[in-house]
Ligand binder design. Structure first.
Ligand SMILES: Nc1ncnc2c1ncn2[C@@H]1O[C@H](COP(=O)(O)OP(=O)(O)O)[C@@H](O)[C@H]1O
Ligand SMILES: [Mg+2]
Length: 492
């Protein structure tokens, strides 16, 4: 592995105390001994459930080249015969390394926030910018108080483009993170009732997301969803902190990065992206109008950072959504094939509506039906019942034939749908799973969506076990974003 830092550079950045001979070549930054690769520096940060110091010897066993540990924890570590940097606080040390990474970087920096579509937009940018230079991006949804500094600390010195996801559960959380990132372009994907539990209304959420503008570099850009109801509020906030260049992406006639002629197709969509007066024909291998919107945000940011937009637009055809975020599978039933749309990673009122639209746009086979398997949207606080009941209308509009519901919050939607639709309510995943397996028939399109915490990924896994992939279908890799036991990293 190539060098990311020298031990000496980390010592200077953290202003720590060295123990032993610091390595010349540090190949990476790790906070999890299970995924640590030889030569990396292990930062023993305290997670929600465990303390990294308890894994110092595992990190050593996994081949760590350096440990960064807290002074107070040093006596308890015993005699680990390996180089260390001892600091007052390990998270603060990691923040310092993140700031040092930003300080040495000549990269064009893009920050992404919003109530949905952050990870997707970040991953679209990772793909789209690849032909224009060396790209670095946050891992998974590493978007919180430790995810952002970790992602920064991992940025190689020779990066040309870097994309960082920034999330929040409370007001005030984005501000310190974006001040570390100092983006040239700050994207707000959309404002919706995600994590509304901690907020009175959507305006308050927009205010909290708008903190992202406070870290934008001089002469930098704000890139905001032009179709969002809070566009004006966000635009004002961006201007108020002195951002001169505020841009819109979307379908609105005034959007500078404009989505036109959207046409859904099998397994994806085609559309035109009008960027700086030039039309780009885009084929996106990820289905749904919301994905096209994310793509416009990505192409807008590509344009604003001086990347090759022609190549960026062409690259989008090779993007494939992650498990749980709209990935489509064609599966073999004993008597034909059916389509499974896996949306099991995340759900809020906006992404539910996007998913219904996607379900409506997906063609069914002969005698096939559109079936929605829906679980709770979490963290909606006092608004929860109303927002769950509010799904009835868009569900009906999407021409859904059958609905299977699970999770305590979905009971209200069950009540609302009873008169108008074929609906089954089974409170737990254990009860719902066999019902889904036996409900599906050839020709159907089955869409599974819930907040990750509800566990609907298990229903997806059960379907993938029971029904083999149809001919010509590449079996997707197992879900990759569910295994972070040590640290919860995903804020909205
Ligand atoms: N622009 C969008 N509008 C509405 N829903 C979206 C949008 N982009 C993605 N989604 C949906 O939101 C869910 C989470 O997407 P993701 O990109 O992981 O968002 P985040 O990182 O903000 O949590 C997925 O189910 C996806 O289909
Ligand atoms: Mg995310």
């Amino acid at each position: 592995m190539s060098q990311l830092w020298t031990g000496q550079e980390l010592l200077v950045a953290t202003a720590g105390r060295p123990l032993g001979r610091l390595p010349e070549n540090v190949t990476g930054i790790s906070i999890d001994s299970r995924s640590l690769k030889p030569g990396e520096a292990f930062f023993a940060i305290k997670g929600d459930r465990v303390d990294g110091h308890d894994f110092a010897s595992s990190a050593m066993g996994a081949g760590a080249g350096l440990l960064v540990v807290a002074e107070a924890k040093l006596p308890a570590l015993g005699r680990l015969a390996m180089p260390m940097i001892v600091v007052p606080d390990v998270l603060e040390a990691m923040v310092a390394v993140g700031i040092a990474a930003r300080a040495r970087s000549k990269a064009k920096i893009i920050a992404v926030t919003g109530s949905a579509g952050k990870t997707t937009t970040k991953e679209l940018l990772r793909v789209a910018l690849a032909p224009s230079g060396k790209v670095h991006a946050s891992d998974r949804s590493f978007n919180n108080h430790w995810g952002v500094p970790l992602s920064l600390a991992r940025m190689p010195a020779d990066t040309d483009y870097a994309i960082f996801e920034i999330g929040m559960n409370h007001a005030g959380e984005i501000r310190p993170l974006v001040r570390m990132v100092r983006p040239h372009v700050a994207i707000v994907t959309l404002i919706a009732a995600a994590h509304l539990g901690h907020f009175k209304n959507l305006d308050e959420i927009a205010d909290a997301k708008a903190e992202i503008f406070e870290g934008v570099e001089k002469d930098g850009n704000a890139l905001i969803n032009r179709d969002d109801e809070r566009w004006k509020l966000l635009e004002k906030k961006a201007s108020a902190v002195g951002i001169e260049y505020v841009w819109g992406f979307g379908e609105h006639s005034r959007a500078q990065f404009k989505l036109v002629d959207f046409a859904p197709g099998e397994g994806g969509s085609t559309f035109t992206a009008r960027i700086a007066g030039k039309d780009h024909a885009v084929t996106l291998a990820a289905p749904g109008r919301h994905m096209a919107r994310n793509a416009l945000a990505a192409l807008g940011a590509a344009s604003l950072t001086g990347a090759d937009v022609d190549k960026a637009a062409a690259m989008l055809a090779s993007f494939a959504p992650d498990a749980g975020r709209g990935r489509k599978h064609r599966l073999r039933h004993p008597r034909g094939t059916f389509t499974l749309i896996d949306e099991s990673y995340n759900a809020n009122p906006a992404s539910m509506r996007a998913a219904f639209e996607l379900l409506a746009a997906t063609p069914v086979g002969k005698n096939g039906r559109r079936i929605a398997v829906l679980g709770d949207m979490l963290e909606l606080g006092d608004h929860s019942a109303k927002l769950h009941a509010g799904l009835a209308e868009p569900l009906a509009a999407a021409g859904v034939d059958k609905v299977l519901l699970g999770g305590p919050e979905m009971a209200v939607l069950d009540g609302k749908l009873r008169e108008t639709m074929a609906v089954e309510y089974l409170p737990s995943v254990d009860e719902l799973e066999p019902a889904v397996l036996s409900a599906v028939r050839p020709g159907d399109v089955l869409m599974i969506k819930s907040s990750n915490g509800i566990g609907f990924a298990r229903i997806v896994q059960a379907l993938l076990r029971q029904f083999p992939a149809a001919a010509g279908e590449r079996r997707a890799a197992a879900t990759k974003e569910r295994g972070d036991h040590q640290h919860a990293h995903d804020a909205g």
